[in-house]
Ligand binder design. Sequence first.
Ligand SMILES: [Zn+2]
Length: 115
Amino acid sequence: MFSDSKKSNRFWIQNSSKTIDQSEQASFCCMGIEEFHKCAGSRGFGIFTKRFDDGEYQFMLQYRAMDNGASAPFTKSPLSLVSEIPLKYCPWCGVNLNEFYKDKLGQMERSDLKL
Ligand SMILES: [Zn+2]
């Protein structure tokens, strides 16, 4: 186990077999959004910020049927390759995203993923 000084800088994630430094956790409101932000642009779900012309940022939950840049297959039926919805609150912990990440909105921007 940890010494008392190390223990105070760490905490246990429920249902997880690993510990995380608070400094790592401090940059994200929770592990859910951290993991989905890492996955932005890959096949599946991703979360990132989109910057509008007026300078405002919006968090987006985006689903991609294929990796960013992959060629679409031929199909006779309409196929949505990318879908997204805006997020105001974290789907896992409920924080107001623009308030919590006010100093990190630009770092989480993925303009290359805009629809
Ligand atoms: Zn969260």
